[in-house]
Every structure is written in structure tokens, then in C-alpha cells.
Design a protein around this ligand. Structure first.
Ligand SMILES: NC(=O)c1ccc[n+]([C@@H]2O[C@H](COP(=O)([O-])OP(=O)(O)OC[C@H]3O[C@@H](n4cnc5c(N)ncnc54)[C@H](OP(=O)(O)O)[C@@H]3O)[C@@H](O)[C@H]2O)c1
Length: 288
């Protein structure tokens, strides 16, 4: 049985991957309290002497507004640590997959971004994640940076959980209706990464999202429709339009359009991601 290290195993995606691969491989998970990526010394101590065949790095500072006001810490965790991890994996000849983000793009395009489109991040978070990709691939072109977007799943609440919770409490619901991307289910990412880990260890950049595109408003509305159909006692059933520019609490600038083209995943593995609506419907059905 091979050994797979998962960094960020306490997070939304890392926890899902750790659970998803536990039956087929020996998973060695590190959560934040077990390994702080801000410390290069801690990374070398934890991973240097460990025997493993593959590693997936899901750990990151992910709060976009926190990152905007803490650039030094953000670059240490989201970029410098990635180089350290990439070097350790290269020395061990271990497969290395690093999770990145759609926020590397500036959002000015109006058709899905491909891996060869230029990255122009708008925020410290986006810039630090882009720098992480650069560090990773500079160390070894066979490592893979997998960009995901609007991740949801059972291991940590996200937008879909928040809007459903709110709909149980009130009929005053609104969400941003002028910003587009694609909700992506952690359970599907488990399935997409499996061949990329072992059978098709391609390197470089790769986009991993469900198919289709929507705004937060459409995403929330669809989730509420699914919940209503399954008999959930909702007080709110309609999500009203909210403009991105009216969200005064946002510190960092957000890209307006970050839909990703997933053709490279399909070419490498034969996998065609299912539409986001199917994934959201399944998640809402399974929610307690
Ligand atoms: N969520 C999204 O919509 C989304 C979209 C695009 C890309 N991504 C990318 O997907 C990956 C997984 O994100 P996620 O949704 O699973 O986010 P998440 O739930 O916030 O997971 C990130 C994990 O990293 C850990 N972490 C933070 N700082 C750390 C540090 N200094 N040392 C070690 N661990 C640290 C966090 O631990 P604590 O919480 O205990 O601090 C958390 O467990 C990230 O690379 C993120 O950039 C996410």
C-alpha cells in the first residue's frame, strides 16, 4: 500500500480527500496544529524524514480579506511553503499535487479561462496563490497545480450551507448576482484527483471544476429549490440580487468572472465533470 500525505487535512477539501482515499492508500494527514506551513523548519522536520509516495497540499490561508491585510504571512504560507514542499517531494521522487485557485485570474474574460491564459491576480490572496504555482513548477515541471473554484462539501461550511441555514430562519435572502464562477463539490474532486495521483501523473497547471457557470445568486437559488423539493421547512425561497460593489465589507478586490475550462482534465483522464447543478442537488439531498 502506498503512503499519501495530505496537508490541510482539517480543512474542507483536505478532510474530504483524506476520507476519500483512506480505503485504498495509507493516508498521513497533517492539520494546522500538527504542521504550521509558516515555518520552513517545521515543514522540513515533519516531511524530511517521512516516507511517502505522493502528497497533496490543501493547506492555505484562504480568507481573502484576511490575506489582503496580512501579506507577509500570506506569502509565507501560500507561496514560500509551497517551494519547500515541492523541493522535499522532488528529492523523494514523490508525486506532488498542490491545490490552487481561480483567483489567479483578473476576471476580465467572458469565456472560460484555459491553463494557458495569463494569470493576473487582483488580490494578495490571488497573487500569493499564483506565486505558489510558480514556486511549485520552478522546482519540478512534473508537479501539478490544480486550480479549483467555489469549493463546497460536508467538512466545513461554505456559501451553500450558509444560504440554506439563513433560508430556514428568514425570508430576507440576497446574494451577488454579477460575479460568475462554478461551484465545485469536494466529493467530485476526490474522484478527479485519483487518476492524476497514480495513473496519469501529468505536470503543470490543471483546472478542476464542475461544468457550467453561475452567479452566487443563481447558485443560492438552485440550492434553495433543491431543499424545498426535498421538503425542507424554508422560510425564504427566493434569493434577491445583490451587486458586488454593494458588498462594503469586502476588503480585497474580487474578479468578476473566473469560470475555468476543464478540457485538460478530460484529455488527461477521460473524465468529464458533471454540471454544478447535479453536484449541488446531490449535496443538498445528503445534508442533514
Ligand atoms: N474554498 C474555496 O472556495 C476555494 C476556491 C478556490 C481555491 N481554493 C483552494 O483550495 C484549497 C483548499 O481550500 P479549502 O476550501 O479546503 O479551505 P479551508 O477549509 O480554509 O482549508 C485550508 C486549510 O489550511 C489550513 N491552514 C491555514 N493556515 C495554515 C498554516 N499556516 N499551516 C498549516 N495549515 C494552515 C487551515 O487550518 P485552520 O482552519 O485550522 O487554520 C485549513 O485546514 C486551498 O488551497 C484554497 O486556496 C478554495
Amino acid at each position: 500500500m502506498s503512503n499519501l500525505v495530505i496537508l490541510g487535512s482539517g480543512g474542507r477539501l483536505g478532510a474530504a480527500l483524506a476520507r476519500g482515499y483512506a480505503a485504498e492508500t495509507r493516508v498521513i494527514g497533517f492539520n494546522h496544529s500538527q504542521l504550521d506551513l509558516a515555518s520552513a523548519e517545521a515543514i522540513r522536520c515533519a516531511l524530511g524524514g517521512l516516507e511517502f509516495d505522493a502528497l497533496i497540499n490543501c493547506a492555505a490561508l484562504t480568507n481573502v480579506d484576511y490575506c489582503e491585510t496580512h501579506p507577509e504571512e500570506t506569502f509565507a504560507v501560500n507561496a514560500r511553503a509551497v517551494r519547500e514542499i515541492a523541493e522535499i517531494c522532488a528529492r523523494k521522487r514523490a508525486r506532488c499535487i498542490h491545490i490552487s485557485t481561480d483567483y489567479v485570474f483578473d476576471g476580465t474574460k467572458r469565456e472560460p479561462y484555459t491553463e494557458s491564459d495569463a494569470a493576473r491576480p487582483l488580490s494578495v490572496y490571488g497573487a500569493s496563490k499564483r506565486q505558489g504555482e510558480i514556486e511549485l513548477l520552478d522546482v519540478c515541471a512534473d508537479h501539478l497545480a490544480a486550480r479549483v473554484s467555489w469549493v463546497f462539501g460536508p467538512d466545513r461550511p461554505s456559501f451553500v450551507d450558509q444560504i440554506l441555514k439563513r433560508a430556514l430562519e428568514t425570508d430576507q435572502l440576497q446574494a451577488i448576482g454579477d460575479k460568475w464562477s462554478t461551484p465545485t463539490y469536494t466529493a467530485d474532486i476526490v474522484h478527479w484527483l485519483r487518476p492524476l495521483l497514480w495513473e496519469n501523473p501529468v505536470g503543470g497547471l490543471m483546472h478542476l471544476t464542475q461544468s457550467g457557470a453561475c452567479t452566487w445568486q443563481e447558485y443560492g437559488q438552485y440550492a434553495l429549490d433543491c431543499a424545498a423539493q426535498s421538503g425542507r421547512p424554508l422560510k425564504g425561497r427566493t434569493v434577491a440580487f445583490q451587486a458586488l460593489r454593494d458588498l462594503k465589507a469586502f476588503v480585497a478586490e474580487r474578479p468578476i468572472y473566473t469560470v475555468l475550462n476543464t478540457q485538460r482534465l478530460t484529455t488527461a483522464t477521460g473524465i468529464v465533470p458533471r454540471p454544478w447543478q447535479e453536484a449541488v442537488a446531490e449535496y443538498v439531498r445528503r445534508m442533514k
